[in-house]
Ligand binder design. Structure first.
Ligand code: PHE
Length: 350
């Protein structure tokens, strides 16, 4: 029996060294350590040993099992790391120095992501709305439950026109107009309000690699009877899995915005390691992507919708951020640089 155990140990070690994929590991585990596996069948023969031999062999069998399990784990880690590396290398990195073919025009990376998001939401029955870049203080703040002098305004300082209007600091500024536009159909037992509105937003901010005074967001709202957080999670998950072409896990953390209650920050599982932790997600396994929440009753009221009867969710997806993640853009300023040379590398995407 001793020889047999030793043979299993050696064979397992040699076989493991040859394996290259995650799926092969599982087959290997079943074949060796599983209920009908090689090692397990040897253990079943223990009963035929003498009482003196039994503990010695038992100990040895355990050692062999631990040895194989450890090797298996090492191998799994090695394969995972190799797959991650492949994944990192497969991201079409935005390369400011790539040679450009300027004979043909190209879509801006933000336009590309915007179109992808639009296509997915359209297929789920959302309408796409366009809204002005210049809005009133009421639309941008007050209708969103942010009265004058509310501290939440600090984070959204923007550019004001002489007539008191302002450049919108977030796409939420269009919410009020959208509710009013679709309200009649909703309350007459019509369709739910399901709309997305992408747009350019502005903030009076010092720029650096992660901040710009001009960026793009895409707001989405859905209002109907009995809309809940699960609807929100479902739509976000579907959209993101489609955009990134892989199954994306999402999680919600509490977040504060005066126009949603409860409010959340939605994180997605890291695109590179899938949630196990890697340098790109600072080993947390998650990337912060999109603030969202259930629309605050006051906001629905301001849009002419009875919050006793209707509920809804809203999210504010950072399109600029999404484009940076999808195309590996390291410096946000490259996106507004107008440099045809660096933007031309997206020519072949559509
Ligand atoms: N408008 C918010 C911002 O830009 C984001 C947001 C949208 C939060 C919708 C919740 C719901 O900061």
């Amino acid at each position: 029996m001793k020889d047999k155990l030793e043979a299993i140990r050696r064979k397992a070690e040699a076989e493991l060294a040859e394996l290259k994929e995650q799926s092969q590991l599982e087959n290997f585990r079943i074949a060796v350590l599983g209920k009908k596996g090689e090692l397990t069948s040897i253990l079943k023969m223990m009963g035929s040993l003498s009482p003196e031999e039994r503990p010695v062999m038992g100990q040895m069998a355990n050692d062999v099992r631990t040895f194989i399990e450890e090797k298996l784990q090492e191998k799994a880690k090695e394969i995972k790391e190799r797959e991650m590396q492949k994944e990192i290398e497969s991201v079409p990195l935005f390369d400011v120095s790539a040679p450009a073919n300027l004979d043909r025009g190209s879509y801006h990376p933000i336009t590309l992501v915007q179109r992808q998001c639009e296509a997915v939401f359209k297929s789920m029955g959302f309408t796409i709305e366009n809204y002005s870049e210049i809005v009133t203080d009421y639309e941008c703040f007050e209708a969103l439950n942010i009265p004058k002098h509310h501290p939440a305004r600090d984070m959204q300082d923007t550019y004001y026109l002489e007539n008191g209007q302002l450049l919108k600091s977030h796409t939420s500024a269009a919410q009020n107009a959208i509710y009013r536009k679709y309200r009649d159909s909703l309350v007459n037992d019509g369709l739910p309000i399901k709309a997305i509105f992408p747009g350019r937003c502005f903030r009076n901010e010092a720029t650096d690699a992660c901040h710009e005074n001009t960026f793009f967001q895409m707001e989405g709202v859905m209002v109907d009877k009995n809309i809940s957080i699960s609807n929100l999670i479902y739509f976000m998950k579907t959209m993101l899995s489609e955009v990134f072409q892989k199954d994306i896990k999402v999680r919600l953390r509490p977040g504060f915005f005066p126009f949603v209650e409860p409010g959340f920050e939605l994180d997605i599982s890291c695109l590179i390691c899938g949630g196990d932790g890697c340098p790109s997600c600072k080993h947390s396994g998650w990337l912060e992507l999109c603030p969202c929440g259930m629309i605050h009753p006051e906001v629905l009221k301001a849009g002419g919708i009875d919050p006793e009867e209707y509920t809804g969710f809203a999210f504010g997806l950072g399109l600029t951020r999404l484009a940076m993640m999808k195309y590996g853009v390291k410096d946000i300023r490259d996106l507004n640089s107008g440099s045809l040379k660096s933007l031309a590398q997206f020519t072949d995407d559509e």
